[in-house]
Structure formats: structure tokens, C-alpha cells
Design a protein around this ligand. Structure first.
Ligand SMILES: [Fe+2]
Length: 241
């Protein structure tokens, strides 16, 4: 399966090839995730939870970074496979944090987006976006995000982000995950948060063959990725910052 020019994912073997060469991923293990699980006690031993391929060549040397993440289907207790979750650091104090773009290539994804109010445990907006292959999802400025694999297939997704952006895992670690966990019983509130709104569902914003190709063809139309004020003006998912 082609993900971008020169980037191919081999589904049967679970390999990512760049210009025909196999790439070694960074691995997130269950021991890295234990702090954000609904039920850490349900974990039986350690193992590989998901795989990250950072800074792939179609965009190397550009101002945006292109990454691929592969999340196999697994469960811990009743909770579905997911990423650890993080916020992005803002460009400067008082500004919302940088946005990001995701695209699903294979499998299904649920993006759990949350915005904190006066304190990290006070969530003022919680959005769920369900996405299938081809769907493109924008993480609006100021939102933390977790990706869930709610299916029985491996989820393969890519992302575009301004390469100066740093991630902040602290709030998700301290609060042991997002404001909701996604389980076989549906969404379950995380009691460590002091205030959590009802879940708001939103749709993917557009469809595309490859966000990396879209970027290479017209990078100016993505300038809001490194300009938070412009991203706020775009009002993605109804968010005006
Ligand atoms: Fe991110």
C-alpha cells in the first residue's frame, strides 16, 4: 500500500519501506502506556503496543514533518488499543498550541480530542472523530489527542506537523489518560478529571489520496500548520480558539 511517494506499507509483513528499504520504527511498549490505561492491573506482561516512523523522506528538509504510526489491534482489559496521548506546546505563552493533520490509510481510527480550561483536569470540550481509509482529520489548536484503534484490523495512519512542535505528555500521565476511555462497554469517564463535558462527535474534514502529496503540491495551503492564529481563523471542527 502506497502511503506517500517512496513510502510503502506491506500489510502482511507489517513493514514500512522507504525507497524499497525497510525502516526500523520507534516502538511504544505496554510498559510506556501503563500510566494511561483504564485498568493497568489487566496488563499481562510487556510487549510492543505500536510503532512510529518519524520524519519520512517526502518531507525531509521541509518545514513540516511527515510521520507514520502503525497500531495493531489489542485490548488491555476492556479498553481498546490506543496511543499514549499528548498536547503540543504552544508557540509562546498565552497562545493555543499548534494544530496537526492525520490521515487514515488502513483500518479504522477514533481520534479523541480534548481541550482543557483553567486547569488540565477541567475539560471544556471533548470531540470524537471516527475515520476510515482516505479520511483526513485536523487536531485544532489547543487540543490534546489520543488515537484509538477500535477495530480488529491494524490501523495505519500518517500525520503532518510543523517540525518545531514539541509534545507534552505530562497532563495525560498525571491524569492517567484522556477524559474518557474507549472500551467494549463504550465510553467510560476518567474519574481523575474534575470536570468533563458530554462527548461531541465530529466528522473527518476531507478525503485525500495522500496528505504528503497534497503538501508537496501546494504547501502554502497548509501554512496554518505553523501559524496558530491562522489555524484559529480556519475554525476547524467549530473551534475558534
Ligand atoms: Fe500530536
Amino acid at each position: 500500500m502506497m502511503i506517500a511517494p517512496g513510502v510503502e506499507y506491506r500489510e502482511g509483513r507489517g513493514e514500512l519501506l522507504v525507497q524499497g528499504e525497510m525502516v526500523v520504527p520507534s516502538v511504544r511498549r505496554f510498559s510506556d502506556l501503563v500510566i494511561v490505561l483504564e485498568n493497568p492491573g489487566a496488563l499481562k506482561g510487556d510487549g510492543e503496543a505500536y510503532f512510529m516512523y518519524r520524519d519520512l523522506p517526502p518531507l525531509r528538509g521541509r518545514w513540516a514533518r511527515f510521520d507514520v504510526t502503525v497500531i495493531p489491534p489489542w485490548m488491555v482489559g476492556r479498553e481498546y488499543a490506543k496511543t499514549k496521548g499528548h498536547y503540543h506546546k504552544p508557540p509562546s505563552a498565552g497562545k493555543p498550541s499548534y494544530p496537526e493533520i492525520y490521515q487514515v490509510h488502513s483500518g479504522r481510527a477514533m481520534y479523541l480530542l480534548q481541550r482543557a480550561g483553567a486547569s488540565p483536569s477541567e475539560i471544556v470540550d471533548f470531540i470524537v472523530v471516527r475515520a476510515s481509509p482516505g479520511d483526513v482529520v485536523v487536531i485544532p489548536p489547543g487540543y490534546g489527542h489520543v488515537t484509538v484503534n477500535p477495530g480488529e484490523e491494524t490501523l495505519v495512519m500518517s500525520n503532518l506537523i510543523y517540525r518545531e512542535v514539541e509534545s507534552d505528555y505530562g497532563p495525560y500521565e498525571r491524569l492517567r489518560g484522556a477524559a474518557y476511555y474507549y472500551t467494549i462497554d463504550g465510553f467510560v469517564r476518567n474519574g481523575r478529571y474534575s470536570s468533563v463535558p458530554e462527548i461531541r462527535e465530529a466528522k473527518p474534514l476531507w478525503r485525500s489520496q495522500s496528505i504528503a502529496i497534497d503538501f508537496l503540491e501546494d504547501e502554502r495551503s497548509f501554512s496554518w500548520l505553523r501559524d496558530v492564529d491562522r489555524a484559529c481563523e480556519e475554525g476547524f471542527l467549530g473551534v475558534r480558539c
